[in-house]
Design a protein around this ligand. Structure first.
Ligand code: ADP
Ligand code: ADP
Ligand code: ZN
Length: 216
């Protein structure tokens, strides 16, 4: 099964994708994580993307389209994938359709996490993750069980993203409304769009997503 999660920054895409990967064995593919790895590795793509990401704008389509086409072709994605953060423009969605149909694959669900954009600044301001294993947390909504210690791996090194500052979050939310929201009618026309209440508590959202996927 191939699934896309859509929603503005802070909607809960990464949080839910981590869980769905565990429960359903779908490979979680986050283009944000891939780009951050390129930046950390100082690659040519990373050098091009770094300043754009710091401003909260979108990295050029051509870079992302190549990155995902290559990634989806790898064996670990063959049993099914869960895209988080891609596509983010209609051009990316069209390119994804082309890549998938060439491989005789398709999208089963495009799931929109429906949220109130005004609540996203608070969500993102409290976001942090484990440097070692990537598990995601929130200061108020999803704290670690023991302060400063990762529930999943016991590491005490936690990180916050440089683009999670309130000013940058506003730019990212505006980019979502202008460049990414047009995906919703695109996928609705294809009959693959599903909606889930992303304002519900994390466990409830996980249950709603599970119901959708189980029903397929
Ligand atoms: P995205 O990947 O869509 O940008 P994340 O999954 O990283 O969003 O979630 C953003 C922050 O909000 C994280 O700190 C996460 O723990 C928290 N969070 C995610 N889903 C919910 C929810 N349903 N209710 C409250 N907080 C949430
Ligand atoms: P979030 O879900 O919190 O908005 P991501 O981790 O998905 O953040 O993305 C972080 C940044 O990486 C984005 O603000 C953007 O600059 C870049 N990025 C990630 N995915 C894409 C994409 N599909 N197209 C263009 N830029 C992207
Ligand atoms: Zn950890």
């Amino acid at each position: 099964m191939n699934v896309v999660l859509v929603g503005p920054p802070g909607a809960g895409k990464g949080t839910q994708a981590q869980r769905l990967q565990e429960t359903y064995g779908l490979r979680h593919l986050s283009t944000g994580d891939m780009l951050r790895a390129e930046v950390a590795g100082g690659t040519a793509i990373g050098k091009q993307a770094k300043a754009i990401m710091e401003r909260g704008e979108l990295v050029p389509d051509a870079i992302l389209i190549n990155m995902i086409a290559e990634r989806i072709g790898q064996p670990d994605a063959a049993k099914g994938f869960l895209l988080d953060g891609f596509p983010r423009t209609v051009a990316q969605a069209e390119a994804l359709d082309t890549t998938l149909s060439a491989r005789k694959q398709r999208l089963d669900h495009v799931i929109q996490l429906v949220v109130d954009n005004d609540a996203m600044v608070e969500r993102i301001s409290g976001r942090f993750s484990c440097k070692k294993c990537g598990a995601g947390y929130h200061d108020s909504f999803r704290p670690t069980k023991k302060a400063g210690v990762c529930d999943a791996c016991g590491s005490t090194e936690m990180v916050r993203r440089p683009d999670d500052k309130p000013e940058t979050v506003r730019t990212r939310l505006a980019a979502y409304d202008k460049q990414t929201a047009p995906l919703l009618p695109y996928y609705r026309r294809q009959g693959v769009l599903r909606e889930v209440d992303g304002m519900a508590p994390i466990d409830t959202v996980a249950r709603l997503l599970g119901n959708l996927i189980d029903a397929a």
